[in-house]
Design a binder for this molecule. Structure first.
Ligand code: SF4
Length: 413
């Protein structure tokens, strides 16, 4: 463990629990544990308790194996009922997900919500409710018109100097407000030929200096496939930076292994855009994963979707931004929720987003204030929004209002 990992480890307190068998079914009966400390294998008391109860034959090594986490993810009503008391609204929604964004929750993330109330912010992120089945006015399955900007499979080329490369449709957890709910969770995999065509497209567009690898979640892919993708992009001379968009450190922190880090490190400058929605997502495990990435030189930014009942208040948003900075993640964007079908129960007014920015700017470090944007419906790109700080602006002067409401004047000439 390095010094920063030790800092996180110190949050844990005493010894950890280690199981003795590898059976992985929830609800199994045998339970034999001993106390032990395994370097770089972090399991909080909360997760240990959950593991003892629902995966009693599972070893700590299995719990910390990201592939075990994916294999044992909760994907059906039957699975989820074993660990949570579900409401009628949740049951009805899960029973009607056919053809929609699937259900998937890693055991790790389930350990954060299994005792929660139905209104718990983290539960609302991943457990559907019946409102999700209702389509509202102006909602569309592909609100950002990504398909229209896709010259070859997997590539979205909307902005002049950069492309989005959606390399997989798989995520470890499915967020109920996902912008790409029209495509993620489907079995529409890219084959080698698709990858080769995408690399050729980037190579033949010399204006592309920035490639954002996203999905789905790229970090659910194997180390070998990630290495292959990154290698082929990095060898294109005009690509200056690569970015990876992922929610894995939040929902599957076990994936941030030494081997993964050693692969990613070969492709610097590599930026990692994380996706957080609530301060309670920042557990010891998540903090450890982010700090490990930061220690290895990856600049970390965070994107947050503004969600009703989850993070739509100044205190919650401020707490999230402060906790992010403490684990070396720089708040980047705050998104107005996109107009995907069944998102009405998640969407706030735009005014609410502006109020939150006004409640942050000036009241906390500038680093803790993300840029509030609307991703324009129809594919117009991200448009930044600011509270009204300009009172008057003409050829002579600009009159501005500061965060406390005081006016000041600045000359134009
Ligand atoms: S992790 Fe990202 S791509 Fe996957 S469901 Fe959540 S928002 Fe969508």
């Amino acid at each position: 463990m390095n010094a920063n990992n030790n800092e996180v480890g110190a949050l844990l307190g005493g010894g950890r629990l280690v199981g003795c068998s590898s059976d992985e079914e929830p609800g199994a009966k045998t339970m034999i544990f001993s106390q032990n400390v395994i370097p770089n294998q972090l399991v909080s008391n909360r997760s240990s308790e959950f593991m003892n109860r629902y995966f009693p034959l599972t070893t700590l090594e299995s719990w910390n194996d990201w592939k075990w986490q994916l294999r044992n993810a909760f994907t059906s009503l039957e699975d989820l009922r074993k660990i949570m008391k579900l409401t009628q609204k949740e049951i009805l929604a899960i029973n009607n997900l056919k053809g929609r964004l699937p259900l998937r929750i890693t055991p790790y993330f389930a350990s954060l919500i299994y005792r929660s109330k139905p209104t718990h912010p983290l539960r609302r992120n991943v457990v559907p409710v019946v409102e999700e089945l209702l389509e509202g006015r102006m909602e569309q399955s592909d609100p950002l018109h990504e398909r229209a900007y896709s010259p070859v499979k997997g590539i979205v080329h909307r902005y002049p100097d950069r492309v989005l490369f959606t390399v997989t449709q798989v995520c470890s957890n499915y967020c109920r407000y996902c912008t790409r709910s029209h495509s993620v969770g489907r079995l529409d995999k890219l084959g080698r030929q698709d990858f080769e065509k995408a690399f050729s497209y980037i190579a033949s567009h010399r204006e592309v200096r920035d490639v954002l690898i996203s999905g789905g979640d790229p970090l659910t892919m194997s180390d070998e496939l990630l290495d292959y993708i990154l290698h082929n992009i990095r060898k294109i001379e005009h690509v200056e930076i690569i970015r990876i968009g992922t929610r894995v450190p939040v929902v599957l922190p076990q994936r941030i292994t030494d081997k993964l880090v050693s692969i990613l490190k070969k492709y610097h400058p590599l930026y990692i855009s994380l996706h957080f929605s609530h301060p309670d997502e920042i557990t010891e495990e998540c903090a450890n994963a982010c700090i490990k990435l930061a220690d290895n030189g990856f600049p970390l930014g965070s994107q947050t979707v503004l969600l009703k009942g989850i993070n739509d208040s100044v205190p919650v948003m401020k707490e999230l931004m402060h906790r992010l900075l403490k684990i070396r993640v720089r708040p980047y964007y705050l998104y107005q929720c996109d107009l995907i079908p069944g998102s009405g129960h998640f969407r706030t007014t735009v005014k609410k987003g502006l109020e939150i920015i006004a409640g942050l700017r000036g009241y906390t470090s500038g680093y803790a204030v993300p840029t509030f944007v609307i991703d324009a419906p129809g594919g117009g790109g991200k448009i930044p929004l600011l509270p009204d700080y300009v009172v008057e602006h003409n050829s002579e002067r600009i009159v501005l209002r500061n965060y406390k409401g005081d006016l000041c004047e600045y000359p134009e000439k």
